[in-house]
Design a protein around this ligand. Structure first.
Ligand code: SF4
Ligand code: ZN
Length: 359
């Protein structure tokens, strides 16, 4: 078959088939359409304003690495006027997160963005390794998800940013729509497709890759030769989400627009008034001060469960010392964090709260 010319510029040789549209295009046109679509998503949703301080939730994986690169590119190309930071959470997963954080440290140098790393160990006194040792690998992702959400908020307060952007892509969102339908979780279904979420006390969060296909993100990273970490977490991902993922990939193979169509369907769901009425009013957690709809926030509820379990199985001295640190004595109150008490910083994080670039 004779080589085709690019369907967009009509000049260069087409070297790839675009997963989202099936068009045969050249590399340069692929970069351009991918970046322009993200720019359009950002401007149509009015995500940023001039001078915003924005933290990119960075795991070292493909999504957040491409996000950091594209945010930097668009910020320069379209003069968004943003101050960009990398914010990483160390869950304490030996052999996985420690390696991926090395990637983020290199990205910090490559993209010239300040980096802040916060660990579950310093925030909660527990690593995911310790949690899995105690509870096994059945509900570990529930713990990890709740802890990560709070950890990102705390990191954002430390960096004094207005906004956190995450690398959630179109496939992730379509999967979540399917999961919420399968579980009958109407309240979540009504809000899971929002590009931007912001509660009263919470920091604004958004997903500039809401309409970006996972396959295109991988392709972009590959052709741009970006430095990212591609190993999966050693604590197997949620089984239920796995079913939704496999189902979605099958549907995508039959009809690529399925992913966007599911997102559009999700966007059409509205939360009915009766459902809204049962959502509880916000208050603050009596243990840590984080916003919560109950006496204890979700993280503290989980922590109390872990601590009870730890006490029951006679915790090691090391773990006991950490619990004492979490609950009393040596906790420093961070000046920039009115509603949190955090354990004092670890070595490697300087007084500005940013990890030193030499580390
Ligand atoms: Fe955490 Fe689960 Fe993701 Fe591993 S797979 S990082 S345990 S949420
Ligand atoms: Zn709490």
């Amino acid at each position: 078959m004779a080589p085709r010319n690019c369907a967009l510029c009509k000049v260069s040789r087409a070297i790839l088939k675009r997963p989202k549209t099936g068009q045969q295009i050249c590399k340069e046109c692929f970069f351009h359409v991918f970046e322009t679509e993200v720019h359009n998503t950002i401007t149509e949703a009015n995500l940023f304003k001039l001078g915003d301080r924005v933290a990119i939730g960075a795991s070292g994986g493909k999504d957040s690495t491409v996000l950091a690169y594209v945010m930097k590119t668009l910020n320069e190309r379209y003069s968004y006027g943003l101050n960009l930071f990398l914010l990483s959470i160390d869950e304490g997963i030996t052999g996985y997160r420690d390696d991926s954080l090395e990637t983020v440290k290199r990205n910090q140098e490559q993209y010239k963005m300040p980096l802040k790393i916060l660990s579950y160990d310093e925030l909660y006194g527990w690593t995911m390794d310790a949690i899995v040792a105690q509870i096994g690998t059945k509900n570990n992702c529930t713990f990890c998800g709740v802890f990560r959400r709070q950890a990102l908020d705390r990191g954002a307060v430390m960096l004094e940013v207005d906004h956190i952007v995450t690398g959630h892509n179109a496939d992730d969102i379509a999967e979540t729509v399917l999961m919420n339908i399968m579980r009958g979780d109407i309240a979540r279904l009504g809000r899971c497709t929002s590009i931007c979420t912001q509660g009263e006390d919470t920091i604004k969060r958004s997903k500039p890759f809401k309409y970006a296909y996972e396959k295109e993100i991988v392709m972009y990273a590959y052709f741009k030769k970006l430095d990212y970490f591609s190993t999966e977490c050693i604590y197997s991902p949620e089984a239920y989400r796995g079913h939704a993922r496999v189902f979605l990939k099958d549907l995508e193979a039959a009809r690529p627009s399925t992913i966007i169509d599911i997102i559009h369907s999700g966007e059409a769901f509205e939360v009915k008034e009766e459902v809204k009425a049962v959502q509880k009013a916000q208050q603050t957690c009596r243990r840590c001060g984080y916003m919560s709809s109950n006496d204890l926030c979700k993280a503290c509820t989980l922590l109390e469960g872990l601590e009870r379990g730890a006490a029951a199985i006679a915790v090691t001295d090391k773990a006991r010392r950490k619990l004492v640190t979490m609950e009393g004595g040596t906790i420093d109150t961070m000046r920039t964090i009115p509603y949190f008490q955090l354990p004092s910083h670890k070595a490697g994080v300087n007084s500005s709260g940013l990890a030193s670039s030499s580390s």
